[in-house]
Design a binder for this molecule. Structure first.
Ligand code: FE2
Length: 364
């Protein structure tokens, strides 16, 4: 693939804008932007019932264009969330089927596509103090794209709010296309040919259920630092601080200096989602980053979300080279994962699945 020669599969952002304007004029969807750069609240599409192909296409257009979609207080159940996740998987050849709830941590009972994201005092990670100390001086702490240690990280993630406390538990999202577009010219030139190593690390979770799950599905991959979005052709500053360990071929000090600079820059393009019960938030994993809250643990409250995820592809750099496996296996669809029995023995579901890996909260 050469980005200069290859047409985006779905359309450029400008082309998508024209389609969305037409769809809004026809009353197929209503979109309210959250900020000029990122996010839209969606109305007019009833996710409780099966969508038509035209509705699926317009929702996917909106997702590509705004990167984070918020469906406020729609109150889906497990079946409806799973149905919508499968529907969305048909929207582009560049997205795959739903994954098992979580490729590393498994799934909830009876719903293999759903992962439980629970936070409460009882699930407080052991390394929370270290995490908070890091976050105080490094504002990018905790931001990540999901499971980028895998050669084909998720293409789309979604979370549904089931138990939502007041005054705590917001999720932040960042726009990595905007992060690329606004880089200073020398840094942009520098990063365009660089690659980075992403790893799912044990950290302080070694020896715990979560640590054992990570060990049983160990993954290390190399991804370009600048990727081309396969559906839109946008250039993305693909950085996932939670998983990204170093820039390949650079000295440790040069790598750290560069990464801290681009991570600090990237968190300037973020939004904060304040949850209500019944919200469904859908994000494009290929062009955004996100950060889970940590204020639940000391608030005396609890928070329950449910996540579904779509398989992605290896990413492509500007010269067309694709992500490479250093260790581990690609992410599989839920069906493939169940058939392979790879998830058996990974007991870190539900509460322990929300464990912190290294020094960041993984789920959302
Ligand atoms: Fe996450």
């Amino acid at each position: 693939m050469n980005s200069a020669l290859t047409k985006p599969t779905i359309g450029t952002p400008d082309e998508i804008d024209v389609r969305l304007a037409a769809a809004e004029a026809k009353g197929v969807i209503r979109l309210k932007r959250i900020t000029t750069r990122l996010g839209a609240e969606v109305e007019g599409v009833d996710l409780k019932n099966a969508l038509t192909p035209a509705q699926i296409a317009v929702v996917y257009d909106a997702l590509l264009r705004h990167k984070v979609l918020v469906f406020k207080k729609i109150g889906l159940n497990h079946e409806q969330q799973v149905r919508f996740t499968y529907e969305l998987s048909e929207a582009s050849p560049n997205i795959g089927a739903p994954t098992i709830g979580h490729t590393v941590f498994g799934h909830v009972d009876n719903f293999p596509e759903i992962f439980s994201v629970y936070q409460g005092e009882k699930s407080k990670p052991r390394n929370m103090e270290r995490y908070e100390a890091s976050a105080a001086t490094h504002p990018w702490t905790g931001y990540h794209c999901d499971i980028t240690a895998c050669v084909n990280p998720p293409s789309i993630g979604m979370l549904r709010g089931a138990i939502i406390p007041q005054g705590a538990g917001d999720t932040n999202f960042g726009n990595l296309a905007a992060a690329y577009d606004t880089l200073d010219e020398p840094t942009r030139k520098q990063v365009e040919t660089l690659w980075a190593e992403h790893e799912y690390k044990f950290g302080k979770t070694r020896g715990s259920e979560a640590g054992d799950s990570i060990a049983s599905r160990r993954m290390v991959s190399h991804h370009p630092l600048v990727t081309v979005h396969p559906d839109t052709g946008e250039k993305i500053l693909y950085n996932s601080p939670g998983f990204l360990k170093f820039v390949v071929g650079m000295s440790e000090s040069d790598s750290t200096e560069l990464l801290h600079r681009i991570w600090k820059h990237s968190v300037e393009y973020t939004i904060q989602h304040v949850w209500d019960e019944g919200d469904l938030v859908v994000w494009d994993e290929r062009s955004t980053t996100h950060r889970a809250p940590t204020d639940i643990y000391s608030s005396g409250t609890e928070r329950q979300l449910y996540r579904t995820t779509l398989v992605g592809q290896p990413l492509h750099g500007l010269n067309g080279d694709a992500s490479r496996i250093v260790e581990g296996e690609p992410m599989l669809s839920c069906e493939e994962e169940l058939a392979s029995q790879m998830h058996v023995g990974r007991t870190g579901t539900s509460v322990t699945g929300n464990g912190f890996s290294s020094a960041f909260p993984e789920p959302g």
